[in-house]
Design a protein around this ligand. Sequence first.
Ligand code: MLT
Length: 399
Amino acid sequence: MRANINYNHLKESYLFSEIARRVSNFSKIHPETEIIRMGIGDVTLPLCSSVVEAMKQAAEDMGKADSFHGYGPEQGYDFLRERIQAYYAENDVALELSEIFVSDGAKSDLGNILDLFDKENTVLIPDPVYPVYVDTNLMDGRKIIFADANENNGFLPLPDDSVLADIIYICSPNNPTGAVYNREQLKLWVEYALRNHAVILFDAAYESFIVDKDLPRSIFEIDGAKKCAIEFCSLSKTAGFTGTRCGYTVVPQTLEFDGIQLNHMWLRRQTTKFNGVSYIVQKGAEAVFTKDGREQIKENIAYYRKNAKIITSALDKLGIWYTGGKNSPYIWLRCPNGMDSWTFFDMLLSEIGVVGTPGAGFGKNGEKFFRLTAFSTNENTAKAMEKLRLLLEKDDGYH
Ligand code: MLT
C-alpha cells in the first residue's frame, strides 16, 4: 500500500483548526479572559421556529410506521428540490428538478465534485480564497494557478486570456473578502470559460446577504452559464444550518465535456457514494423556503447585518481600509501599521480576547489583511469593536 503523498503538500492543519488550537491554548493559560469569536463563520442565532417545528413534526413522522422514511433519494426529496426550484425562479433562473442535488453542505460538495474531473486539469483559484478549494485540489495533485485579488482590483480578479485554466473557482459574495462580482464582471468569466472550454465552480453560499438588487445571486442569471458552470449553495449561513447540515448543488443538464454530461456523472457519483441528507433535516430545510421561514431568516440576516454595520462604522472611525460588510457577512480589513496578519491575530487575542481570521490563512495576498465575521451577537460585536478602538487609540503606532 502507498499513501496519497499529495497530502504532504498540505499545511500541517486546516486554517480553522489551527485557530481553534491557538484560542484553546490561550484560554488554558488565561481562563479569566473573555473570548469574543469573530473568526470562523459560524452562526450564533438558533434555528428559526418554522424550521424547529418542521423538524419536530418530521421526527414524529419517523416514529410511525405509516410515515416512516428509510433511505431517501440520494439527490434529495422532491418536496425540497421543488422549493429550491421556485427560489431560483424568483430571479428568473429556470431549473429542472433533475439539476438540483441536495447535500449536507457546500463544503462537502465543493470537495466531492472533483471526482468528476481529470487530475491533469489546471485549476485557477483566486488568492486570497476559502482554503477548501486549494486543499482539495492539492489532495488530488492537480496543478493550481492563482488569480491575484488585491486592493487594485477590489479583490475581484477578472479573466486574463493569456492564462489557460480548465477549472475556475469563483465565490461571490466572496469568502474571505466580502467583495461581490457585478453582472458585467461575471459575464466576462462566463465568456472566458465558454471560450476556453473550462468549467466554473461557483460558490454562492453567501447569496442571501446580497442587498443591492442589481447584483447577481446566482451565476445562472448570466447568459451561457448553464453551459459552463456548477453552483454550490448552503443553508449554513442563510438559515443557521452550520450544525444541522444542508445545502444544494446545481449541475445543469447542458454541461457537457468529452461527450459526457456532468449532471449524469454527478448523479452516478452521488448514488454510489452518498445516501442523501436525512428526512428530518430536509423537512427543516423545506421550512426555510416557506413564507414564515423566509420572514424569520430575513430577521436573522438583518441581525447579522447590524453587526456588519457596527464593524464597518468602527473601522471607518479608526480610518482602517476594508472591503465587504455590505452584501456579505465578512469584513476584510487591512491590518494596522502594515502588521502581518498572524501578528495582528495574536495581538487581538492576547490583548483584547477578540478572535478573527488572519488573512495569510487564505493565501499570500492575505498576508497584511484580516477577516472579521458578522456572526457574533450584537452585544459582543459592539464590545469587540469598542475594545479594538481602545487598543488602537491607546497606541497610535498601530496606525
Ligand atoms: C469560514 O469561516 O470561512 C466558513 O465558516 C467556512 C465554511 O463555511 O466552511
